[in-house]
Design a protein around this ligand. Structure first.
Ligand SMILES: NC(=O)c1ccc[n+]([C@@H]2O[C@H](COP(=O)([O-])OP(=O)(O)OC[C@H]3O[C@@H](n4cnc5c(N)ncnc54)[C@H](O)[C@@H]3O)[C@@H](O)[C@H]2O)c1
Length: 256
């Protein structure tokens, strides 16, 4: 599938990432159907998208978008709890978390959802996971479309951060990789290409960040410096926007 063939995009999950990805896509001109489990969740998704710290209304107030562009973007948005509404999308992006054990990254839940989506969504559609750490090939096995299955990892807040990690497996076709690279660029983002490897290590960013965080924690555990001073050292000494110990919580909440 080529970018010009993408007429509508499904987003599974309307949380921190699904909401931000949806916002970035509707502003880039795509029709998006965002699905979450309950109407109350979707009401919050829409409110954050419009009135949140990184919401479209703030963009209008600061002159980044016009009121007309905001109205047109919101007219491209469908929020739904009905999974069947996703059956005709050309691309499905998964950004789910939670489930019974409430884990942000829940592999059994992702596998279950991908198998259900494979049975529901039209055969030509491309599937992309926004997982931060799971090996993409492990998720693709839940489907019969391993050639059209790929990692598309955005960063929080997804409508602001420029990076997209595009992770391809041994089965992902070059057409599918190109589609996600072109889509990312059309959203004003910068994609990087990554080969999928076993081990649930994360791709580039989270893998390097995990090593940094481990070292920062070691400094605290050995009584060398406090958490606050470790974060201050990295922010003021290396110009990081947040320290390694404060970063996780900030990203997880969408920096609200
Ligand atoms: N927060 C971050 O910094 C970040 C960054 C990049 C990637 N990610 C990844 O993105 C995914 C989502 O993370 P998040 O921070 O948005 O989590 P979140 O908890 O904010 O949102 C997850 C949403 O998924 C919904 N959900 C659960 N099951 C669903 C289903 N069957 N259908 C539709 N929606 C369903 C939940 O109701 C919830 O609203 C995870 O894989 C996470 O690791 C998170």
């Amino acid at each position: 599938m080529k970018l010009e063939d993408v007429k509508s995009i499904g987003v599974m999950g309307g949380g921190v990432m699904g909401g931000g990805i949806t916002q970035a896509l509707i502003l880039a001109g795509y029709k998006v159907i965002c699905r979450d489990l309950k109407d109350e969740i979707l009401e919050k998704t829409k409110d954050t998208m419009i009135n949140g710290r990184f919401g479209i209304q703030g963009g209008v107030d600061r002159g980044k978008q016009t009121q007309e562009e905001m109205d047109a973007a919101l007219a491209r948005l469908t929020l739904t709890t009905k999974v069947e509404d996703l059956k005709d999308v050309d691309l499905l992006i998964e950004a789910i978390g939670g489930g019974e054990n409430g884990q942000l990254e829940n592999k059994p839940l992702k596998l279950k959802i991908w198998a259900e989506m494979d049975a529901l969504v039209k055969k030509e559609a491309v599937f992309a996971s926004n997982t931060s750490m799971f090996t993409i090939a492990d998720l693709a096995v839940a489907t019969n479309r391993k050639d059209r299955f790929i990692g598309m990892h955005l960063f929080s807040p997804a409508n602001i951060m420029k990076l997209v990690e595009v992770t391809y497996t041994a089965d992902t076709t070059e057409d599918t990789i190109k589609l996600i690279i072109d889509l990312s660029k059309s959203m004003g983002k910068t994609p990087v290409r990554i080969k999928d490897v076993p081990g649930d290590t994360g791709f580039i960013g989270n893998r390097i960040f995990a090593a940094t965080r481990k070292e920062a924690q070691k400094i605290v555990d050995e009584g060398i410096a406090t958490e606050e001073d470790v974060d201050t050292a990295m922010m003021l000494g290396f110009n990081w926007p947040a320290g390694p110990l404060g970063m996780g919580q900030g990203a997880r909440s969408g920096w609200k």
